[in-house]
Write a new protein. Structure first.
Length: 639
């Protein structure tokens, strides 16, 4: 039997086998649906409509009665039924289709060169070049090309240089083409390339910094000699097809046997970005000689094709923390096959190279002042310390600030509500990414919008400290600013529009409160563990996927960030890519990253006695202990 998509190409028939889910059949045809839970039937995001045909439905608890009676089903819970051979016709609503190509809001580009010099460093990449002048072979001297090269490398202190098969395959031709006078590029004990010395200036060398995020992938193409950012590209991590968070990906890699598939998917995303950025500037990918990758522990394992199963099993130990240097060809990257590929070291199963990059980029380990680093991305990690000590923990906040598990949640991309203000007349003013017009019709709400919305609802008394709706002062109000009964219980209407209404349901608020509580409890438990209190913290560096915008004030009202003097907060945006860039342009930063990793002490919060207590207290707005949020309490008094 086949699947046919209504409104799709006339004759397109997608094979649909007995026992297969519609979600899997569509995947086989390269049609990907939003599948936040990875096909477990718990997220309710993979909705389709059965227009015609007989199917077997095993679960639909995430659907309303109306949806079920109108033929809506979850693609992952709907299977081919053996008692009919007729084709099944389905409709795929726009909201279920995964859009990977959308432009992602990447936080404002930093002055990267300025950052390097402000940290007292210079552009000194790990890729070095030496000139080799080799005596050409003759009929009386049959020494091989490699031995000839080694002879001149010995006095240059490069006696132990390693040579890959790819390097050797091109070596003979390169030596002859350069008339035996060449520039030899090497990094990490490996020969990378031989280039003619003449015209060397025209042979610029490039490097690539990559942030492999669970949700997004960012690539910086950089001129190695100068550290200049040539171009940047970003895309969604297409692994999203197999689930939104690291756990569902690990399950897919282990139980679903999809490790190779996940590796291939992320490789294609990265190569797509490298090829596109290089092509835009007429750069041959063979000229890309150095790559620095930064990602959480699971993403790094999946990139390497290493089984990630032990990451989610007690005692939560990854296969690798310090990754050896890879060669471009081995890695499968679209760069020089002998180029060096460095992976930022990981600390523990849930504190990865992205946090090492972030701490590096913040510069907190270079100062006496004690600082707090918070990465509020798909999971939520925190680190505290200074130039002498460093401690870190993962908060298990979940990916709700990236849209997962929230009815109208979406990532910080075009059409997402990123800011919310509730006017004194209870009207709603929204800011939508990608469109400055207030009349723009939003498609959903992203993390910064959620933070704004909840703190505004709380300040205006529309929700109470538990996040529950209070009786609305205008019960007959309709449209934006009203509370109505939705599919999942009471919901606040943020906007109405042609693309559908965007609302925030009480169950969404509950989810967001759980995530913010996990982050705040992580911070409190970590700070207490080191015997300090918040007053000892001089700076709070915040990293995360909030796009261009994070309102610190509102995040404090929500109780996600501690109530501290506002000037102590510094929003750094995506520090994983900034750290990877620093490592790319300076070998010193790579050594510094390794030093950070080696002296970072990991605190396992799941066994920390204080964490659960802190978490329960932080489930309220802003907190059960109001003395921890004095400025918010003052605001509430003046309400
Ligand atoms: S409910 Fe189908 S993928 Fe989550």
């Amino acid at each position: 039997m086949n699947l046919r998509i209504k409104g799709g190409p006339e004759n397109e028939k997608i094979p649909f086998k007995e026992g297969q889910s519609i979600l899997d059949a569509l995947k086989g045809a390269e049609i990907f649906l939003t599948a936040s839970c990875g096909g477990k039937g718990t997220c309710g995001k993979c909705k389709i409509k059965i227009a015609e045909g007989h199917v077997r439905i095993t679960g639909s608890t995430k659907l309303t009665v109306e949806e079920r009676s109108s033929g809506v089903a979850l693609a992952c819970q709907t299977f081919a039924s053996g008692d009919s051979q007729a084709d099944i016709f389905i409709d795929i609503p726009e909201s279920s289709r995964i859009v990977v190509g959308d432009k992602i809001a990447v936080s404002r580009a930093q002055d990267l060169l300025g950052l390097v010099s402000s940290m007292g460093s210079k552009i000194e990449p790990a890729v070095n070049q030496v000139r080799v002048d080799i005596v050409p072979p003759s009929i009386g001297d049959h020494t091989s090309d490699l031995d000839r090269l080694k002879l001149v490398l010995d006095p240059l202190g490069l006696k132990d240089l390693n040579f890959s098969r790819d390097f050797l395959a091109g070596m003979g031709e390169a030596l002859r083409a350069s008339n035996w006078q060449a520039g030899l590029r090497h990094a990490g004990g490996f020969a990378i390339s031989l280039r003619p010395v003449e015209g060397e200036g025209q042979n610029k060398k490039f490097g690539v910094a990559v942030d492999i995020g669970t949700t997004t992938i960012v690539v910086y193409l950089v001129e190695l000699e100068t550290g200049k950012l040539v171009d940047a590209g970003s895309t969604y991590n297409s692994q999203i097809r197999h689930g939104d968070d690291v756990i569902t990906r690990i399950v897919h890699a282990t139980e679903g046997g999809g490790l190779g598939e996940l590796r291939q998917t992320v490789l294609e995303d990265i190569n797509g970005l490298i090829n596109a950025t290089a092509q835009r500037h007429g750069i041959k990918t063979d000229g890309i000689e150095f790559v620095v990758l930064s990602g959480n522990t699971t993403m790094s394992h999946l990139f390497w094709g290493l089984p990630p199963g032990s990451i989610r099993e007690e005692p939560y130990v990854p296969t690798v923390s310090y990754f050896p240097l890879l060669k471009g060809g081995e890695a499968g990257l679209s760069v020089n096959r002998s180029g060096a590929v460095y992976t930022m070291p990981c600390i523990a199963s849930y504190v990865g190279g992205d946090i090492v990059s972030g701490v590096l980029a913040s510069g907190m380990t270079r100062k006496k002042e004690i600082a707090l680093f918070m990465d509020i991305g798909t999971n939520g990690e925190v680190a505290v310390g200074n130039d002498e000590w460093l401690m870190t923990a993962a908060c298990s906040a979940g990916p709700c600030f990236e849209g997962s598990g929230i009815l109208h949640g979406m990532r910080a991309t075009e059409g997402a509500i990123e800011s919310v203000k509730i006017t004194p007349g209870l009207g709603v003013e929204i800011g939508v990414i990608g469109n400055n017009s207030r009349a723009a019709s939003p498609r959903g709400i992203c993390g910064s919008g959620m933070i704004d919305a909840i703190s505004e609802l709380f300040l205006k008394g529309i929700i109470d400290r538990k996040g529950k709706f209070t009786p609305h002062p205008e019960p007959d109000r309709k449209g934006a600013g009203s509370i109505r009964r939705g599919d999942w219980g009471p919901e606040f209407v943020l906007s109405e529009g042609a693309a559908g209404d965007v609302t925030l349901a009480e169950v969404d608020i509950e989810n967001i409160l759980r995530a913010k509580a996990a982050i705040y409890a992580g911070v409190s438990a970590l700070i207490k563990e080191v015997g300090l209190d918040l007053s000892a913290i001089g700076k709070v560096y915040i990293a995360g996927g909030f796009g261009n915008y994070l309102n610190v004030e509102k995040a404090i009202i929500l109780g996600m960030l501690p109530d501290m003097p506002r000037e102590k907060f510094v929003f750094l945006g995506n520090t994983s890519i900034t750290g990877a860039y620093l490592g790319l342009v300076s070998e010193g930063f790579l050594r510094e990253a390794e030093e950070i990793a080696s002296r970072m002490t990991y605190l396992e919060l799941s066994v920390s006695s204080g964490f659960m207590e802190e978490y329960m207290s932080a489930l309220f707005l802003p907190h059960t202990d109001s003395s921890q949020f004095p400025t918010v309490e003052k605001l509430l008094e003046g309400r």
